[in-house]
Design a protein around this ligand. Structure first.
Ligand code: SF4
Length: 403
């Protein structure tokens, strides 16, 4: 994983940062060995993109910050996701007993004429209008293919507006054509938050960052059991809360496909350690995850207590299920990190996992396949030795597709 450089306005795309590919057909051992040698790469072909645009993924994080405005510097067609995310924003507000509020999303509505004569003035006007209407505590400007192609100095517009308004005005360079890997958009949003909002902390708090979408607060009990408070970011955070996420004692990922960039950024820039084992799926996976968290917190004894209690409570029930699943065949199709964790979970339940189709594979998640499935004896810096075994592959074929 490359160094996070917040002096650069644009995030490094996942193809370069993680060696992510979105098309591979072959055996599991092949993808693992080629990944270990750094030989995984997509075939040369004309640009193709599907599933989602980087801009939408950036938007899904920035649009849920409770007191920020997002301005999409783009033709109006790129704003198609505004309604979707506003719906999610409203539904999840009520689930969290937050006061109802519409999403504060604006488009500069770049026209054909603007692409010839320039759209910077429109952006300046939109920033002022949004500020007057909303009085936000930060403004994010998401870019688009059109604003990227005309190549105006959006950074200069943002800097001038920040000085005029006295709040952070931060660009988020997430043009759809920047990357074939749509999750680069998540990284673009985190890059903006890291460079424009997060401040260094003088003291550690008792908080653990959980980088999340807008799902349930499933980690509350376990985090409190360790004696810490959970802090879910980015959706439903305020700008002020985001300013202080550098004071956490650890970072947890709900989904590594989402949040490796934020975890790495907080670790590299602010020394916040992250739990870097695969998600807590299955008995062995959950034990390993709890031990990793316990080690970071210096509370290995608490981790062992939780594991013991969990085994007593759940393993007898799981054993009964194993009888029913024995001999059943399974094929997994899911997002990258969860798909690969599911392979392990199904194997643990006694199923015969005959294959998997996951959305994309990057160096990080490929290592998770290896780690979980024990497919080959792979050694890689940072990979926990304890999980690496030289055992036969339980998964024999991997298809990575753009779906
Ligand atoms: S930024 Fe580009 S890929 Fe994304 S919605 Fe707009 S035109 Fe489409």
């Amino acid at each position: 994983m490359s160094t996070i450089n917040i002096k650069e306005p644009s995030v490094v795309i996942r193809e370069k940062r993680l060696g992510t590919i979105n098309a591979f057909t072959g055996t599991a051992s092949e993808i693992v060995s080629r990944s270990a040698k750094g030989e995984l790469k997509d075939c040369k072909r004309k640009f193709s993109q599907c599933l989602g645009c980087n801009q939408q993924q950036a938007f899904c994080q920035l649009a849920m910050i409770r007191d920020a405005v997002v301005i999409n510097h783009a033709p109006i067609g790129c704003a198609g996701e505004f309604a979707d995310f506003n719906f999610t924003y409203r539904v999840e507000q009520s689930r969290r007993q937050l006061p109802p509020q519409l999403g504060r999303y604006y488009s500069t509505n770049i026209s054909e004429k603007d692409t010839v004569f320039g759209a910077a003035k429109k952006l300046e006007e939109t920033i002022r209008l949004a500020y007057e209407r909303e009085h936000p505590n930060a403004i994010f400007i998401t870019t688009s293919c059109a604003s990227g192609i005309i190549g105006e100095d959006i950074e200069a517009v943002a800097d001038a507006a920040a000085e005029e308004l006295g709040i952070p005005v931060v660009t988020c360079n997430c043009e759809g054509f920047r990357s074939k890997i749509w999750t680069t958009g998540f990284d673009a949003a985190y890059h903006s938050v890291l460079r424009g909002i997060v401040q260094p902390s003088e003291e550690k708090s008792n908080k653990i960052n959980i980088i999340n979408f807008w799902g349930s607060h499933v980690f509350d009990d376990v985090i409190r059991r360790f004696g810490y408070e959970p802090r879910y970011v980015i959706p439903f955070s305020t700008v002020e809360e985001l300013r202080h996420i550098s004071d956490a004692v650890a970072t947890i990922h709900i989904c590594p496909s989402l949040s490796t960039y934020m975890g790495a950024g907080l670790s590299q820039l602010h020394g916040v350690p992250e739990v870097l084992v695969p998600p807590a799926y299955g008995v062995a996976g959950t034990d390993r995850w709890l031990r990793a968290l316990g080690t970071i917190l210096g509370k290995e004894d608490v981790a062992e207590e939780i594991i013991k209690e969990g085994h007593e409570k759940y393993v007898p029930e799981i054993d009964k299920l194993k009888e029913r699943f024995k001999g059943k065949r399974a094929y997994v199709t899911a997002g990258a990190a969860h798909g690969q964790a599911l392979i392990t979970l199904l194997s643990e339940l006694g199923m015969d996992v005959v294959g998997a189709a996951v959305v994309f594979v990057s160096l990080y998640v490929t290592l998770i396949v290896t780690f979980e499935s024990g497919m080959r004896n792979l050694h890689w810096p940072g990979l926990p030795e304890s999980g690496v075994k030289d055992s036969p592959a339980s998964v024999t074929h991997v298809t990575v597709s753009t779906l």
